[in-house]
Design a protein around this ligand. Structure first.
Ligand code: HEC
Length: 187
């Protein structure tokens, strides 16, 4: 079954009969050598194929390379869609709207109009009936004073008549004040 290799192709072919002995192992060792011999061809073919594919892979990579940095930016590194403090503040002002208008010349409701509130003297909106506490407070609504008042109105100014519990979060007050400033003349 194990046929000896007659032409011993695994050795350097030589027609020189004197070197006949060099062929002997190939013939003698039979199947082992045959396998080695065939494998070497297969190995060579595989190596060539591998080298070719590696080369073409390289080529593809270098063509694609310039596009990579753009395509590879993870979502987490992309600029987030920012909601400005002003926009956040506008949402918070929704809680004040029932009692206050903001535009210039806006009506007084349950509470006074708040046009230009930053820098305004407390209790000074025309045509509004303030509490005695507010009227006599002598507060000027700086950003700090406004923030302190809005945190807890009843604590900041006892006996003022604004029925509002307060904004406990500093960020909410900051955003609201940013919105008030942005919609006010004297910035
Ligand atoms: C339930 C109604 C009501 C709500 C809600 C309310 N306020 Fe008032 N606010 C008043 C009243 C009433 C006064 C007048 C207080 C006084 O005279 O003692 C007032 C007064 C004020 C003043 C002082 C105005 C001035 O002319 O000195 C500011 C500032 C103010 N409110 C801001 C706000 C803001 C900002 C919000 C929302 C976070 C808010 N208020 C929510 C009723 C309200």
């Amino acid at each position: 079954m194990h046929k000896p290799i007659q032409d011993a192709q695994c050795f350097t072919p030589s027609q020189d009969v004197e070197h006949e002995s060099m062929y002997q192992p190939c013939i003698d060792v039979d199947i082992l050598m045959k396998n080695l011999c065939q494998n070497s061809y297969i190995t060579a073919a595989l190596l060539t194929a591998f080298a070719l594919s590696a080369c073409s892979g390289e080529a593809e990579k270098s063509v694609q390379a310039p596009a990579k940095p753009m395509a590879a930016i993870p979502v987490s590194q992309q600029a987030p869609v920012e909601v400005s403090a002003e926009d956040k503040g506008k949402r918070i002002f929704a809680r004040c709207r029932a009692c206050h208008t903001l535009p210039e010349g806006g009506k007084n409701r349950v509470g006074p109009n708040l046009w230009n509130i930053i820098g305004r003297t407390a209790g000074s909106a025309e045509g509004y009936a303030y509490s005695k506490a507010m009227k006599t407070s002598e507060v000027v609504w700086s950003e700090e004073a406004l923030s302190a008042y809005l945190e807890k109105p009843s604590a900041y100014m006892p006996k003022n008549k604004m029925a509002f519990a307060g904004l406990r979060k500093q960020a909410d007050r900051d955003n609201l004040i940013a919105y008030l400033k942005a919609n006010t003349e004297s910035q």
